[in-house]
Design a protein. Structure first.
Length: 80
């Protein structure tokens, strides 16, 4: 979420406008049907390459690792 408004750092205002969300008084989130590209949107200061993307995925995955795969406990057969 590169944005020149906040020194190119992601912030709640920028990210929530991109996804069309707003925070409720109780701290929850709601969708406002108004997704938009944030004001003053710019390209990343330093573009990501494949190594950067891989490192970011690994960094995020290792915070909350889960096994990859489908929900094999609820197989449903379709009637022919």
């Amino acid at each position: 979420m590169s944005n020149g408004n906040h020194n190119y750092a992601p912030d709640l205002e920028t990210i929530s406008s991109f996804f069309g969300a707003f925070q409720n008084a109780d701290g929850g989130w709601s969708f406002n049907n108004a997704e938009k590209i944030p004001d003053n949107q710019t390209n990343c200061v330093t573009p990501y390459n494949n190594v950067d993307v891989t490192l970011e995925i690994l960094a995020q995955y290792t915070l909350h690792p889960v096994l990859f795969g489908g929900d094999i406990g609820r197989l449903v057969r379709c009637a022919a």
